[in-house]
Ligand binder design. Structure first.
Ligand code: GDP
Ligand code: MG
Length: 163
């Protein structure tokens, strides 16, 4: 006889306009995730908030981020400015959240399918992520590369934090 535990994890998409947040969100269609341990099956459902990166909505960030358990901070690997702005998004998210040590944040470098136009190296982003205690992944929403894996990593980490 197995117990089934149900979880709902709120995750917010953050990052500048145009980096691919909406494409990553829609790419991630399978939003129920199973974790199995010895005697428990956990059914995890994501509540994904795809927020706009437009300046005019930035005042709503606190509301968006409220009670989020995870965040994907996305930049475009072919646009250096979007990477430089990650720090700002990180600060906003950490400021708006009550318990910054208990949330999972993943830095996501999107658009690897056009890596010939790359302006941010994997190494640089990776060491930034390590410094800031973030998970890190490079994705292509266009080719569906690493999107599923990225969400799975975040969900697994949140699950371990809450159980
Ligand atoms: P958002 O403003 O962050 O939500 O970005 P969108 O998801 O609307 O994407 C902005 C633009 O980037 C659109 O023209 C997308 O087609 C394009 N885009 C998004 N993800 C990728 C990707 O992985 N590779 C490429 N080449 N283009 C992408
Ligand atoms: Mg969008």
């Amino acid at each position: 006889m197995q117990d089934i535990n149900y979880y709902l994890f709120k995750i917010v998409m953050l990052g500048d306009s145009g980096v691919g947040k909406s494409n990553i969100s829609t790419q991630y269609l399978q939003n129920v995730f199973n974790v199995e341990s010895k005697s428990t099956v956990a059914m995890i459902k994501i509540q994904l908030w795809d927020i706009s990166g437009d300046e005019k909505y930035r005042s709503l960030i606190d509301t968006y981020c409220s009670r989020a358990m995870g965040a994907l901070i996305v930049y475009d690997i072919t646009n250096r400015t979007t990477f430089e702005n990650v720090e700002w998004w990180l600060k906003e998210f950490r400021r708006s959240y009550i318990d910054p040590n208990n949330v999972v944040i993943m830095l996501v470098g999107n658009k690897t399918d056009i890596a010939d136009r790359r302006q941010v190296s994997t190494e640089e982003a990776k060491s930034f992520a390590e410094r800031e205690n973030l998970l890190f992944m490079e994705t292509s929403a266009l080719c569906a590369t690493n999107v599923e894996e990225g969400f799975t990593n975040v969900l697994t980490q949140i699950y371990h934090n809450v159980t």
